[in-house]
Design a protein around this ligand. Structure first.
Ligand SMILES: [Zn+2]
Length: 253
């Protein structure tokens, strides 16, 4: 089962984000997102976008798109700005709080960007940002250098492909060490026994009828379970088959 990521190019349309010497943040964000996406797809990750053109979206709309698509991760790409030009440079990632897989992912993305040449300004908690607060999945906002830093812009332009690769690598390496899935899986339990032989007998019986059956051990029980489904509907269909075959069942997660 593939993980899914929604990539968000920050700002858009009438909202340019930061602006510096004719350069608009929204354009850098979109170009980068469109370069990151194919790399993730080539690594087996399902990619969705909040926007692929220069359109305006409120932060609420962006969060809502992610929630409606029920993606596993939300990554918002931005460029930073500082009140004075050419004073600060470096990358910074923002998360709702400094915990969980989003924090790991943010640190990994920053570390990857550091190898491209950016200063790593760290990961910061920003619980009030709408795209971090309203998204229901782990969300990271990456500030890919300062738009009003000539140093960062030169780095951005000269190493564009490597930067896209670095951000993708930060996402991929985080996902690679996760368990098979973050989401709930459903199985149909046909029996739970203290005696392993009873469980084995039931397993064999079900195997003969071609049910995808396995035994899970835990808490002194041998649980005989069928299937491993993403949705409760699929589990229900399997449960009906088992009931028709005369078994007592319960759907478990
Ligand atoms: Zn921005």
């Amino acid at each position: 089962m593939a993980y899914s990521v929604m990539l968000d190019a920050g700002h858009g349309g009438v909202n340019p984000g930061a602006v510096y010497e004719g350069r608009q943040e929204k354009d850098d964000n979109l170009a980068l997102v469109l370069a990151i996406g194919p790399i993730l797809e080539n690594n087996g990750i399902e990619v969705l976008y909040t926007r692929t053109t220069d359109v305006y979206q409120t932060p609420f709309q962006k969060a809502q798109l992610a929630n409606e698509a029920a993606v596993d991760f939300f990554i918002s790409i931005h460029r930073n700005s500082f009140p004075e030009d050419n004073v600060v440079s470096g990358v910074e990632s923002l998360v709702y709080d400094l915990s969980g897989v989003k924090y790991e992912m943010a640190k990994n993305i920053n570390a990857q960007l550091e190898t491209v040449g950016f200063v790593d300004l760290g990961v910061k908690a920003r619980p009030n940002l709408i795209v971090l607060r309203r998204t229901r999945m782990p969300a990271v906002l990456v500030e890919v250098g300062f738009l009003n830093s000539d140093t960062d812009n030169q780095l951005f332009d000269a190493n564009f492909d490597a930067i896209a690769r670095a951000i993708a690598d930060g996402i991929i390496e985080t996902i690679d060490v996760l368990p098979d899935t973050l989401e709930t899986r459903y199985s149909v339990q046909v029996g739970a026994f203290r005696n392993e032989n009873y469980a084995r007998n039931l397993q064999e019986e079900l195997m003969e009828m071609d049910f995808p059956v396995r035994i899970e051990r835990g808490d002194g029980f041998y649980r005989v379970r069928v299937g491993d489904f993403r949705t409760i509907d699929e589990a229900s269909r399997m449960e009906q088959r088992l009931k028709r075959a005369g078994y007592q069942t319960v759907i478990v997660t």
